[in-house]
Design a protein around this ligand. Sequence first.
Ligand code: PEP
Length: 249
Amino acid sequence: MKNRLVVGNWKMNGSLELINTMLPEMTSQRAQCTAAVCVPSVYLARAAQVLADSELLVGAQDVSLAQRGAYTGEVSASMLSELDCRFAIVGHSERRTRHGETDEVIAEKALRCLEAGIRPIICVGESQQQRDIGRTAQVIGQQLDIVLDRLAAEAAISLERIVVAYEPVWAIGNGRAASVEQAQDAHAYLRQRLGAKAASLRDSVPILYGGSVTKANAADLFAAPDIDGGLVGGASLSVSEFLAILHAA
Ligand code: PEP
């Protein structure tokens, strides 16, 4: 049986009170999969304290591409690792579209994570328009390859520690998840692309599906052969929904 990974992405939601009350509730049932929650960076230290003795891991939603210095407002990968962050999302579509992040920037951020011992969750995904004109494979393949090629250029880096998330932009935050078939097709393609770089990557890198995952669709999605878990936005802000999704995994 696959060891699935489910990661919650709170985005810019929540409060200190929710960190103190919701996170302990989310650990109330023992999950059979690896689970993490990516909270806003100001809450990471508190989340790490609250979850110190639990199996629920802490992750960040972004990281600076720089290691240190004059980058006002940024948080470095080494700072995140001091807070016991195990994962950091890089290349979320909201950062690509609203903050103009390019594949090259995302590759650099992924590298910073790996250097600091953090597993980057590298998001790829096509827009509705790109899907409509049949460019899904080309878009997500290129997004992935640029990151993989940059990381592969660093001899000291182990690429096996990356996580890939397929997040079709048209399915995020609107209740309109990809069908199991659409998601499986994209995941199989990404798996093949990983395999083209190295067999070890094909076998070891988890590929998560993200885009309107709920307790109603999680089990079907996670049953697909190339879907190794989920990146969950809105539904990770409800204890009962998130626990049900962990249960499905
Ligand atoms: C996300 O933002 O990563 C996401 C998948 O959001 P949602 O689950 O709300 O669609």
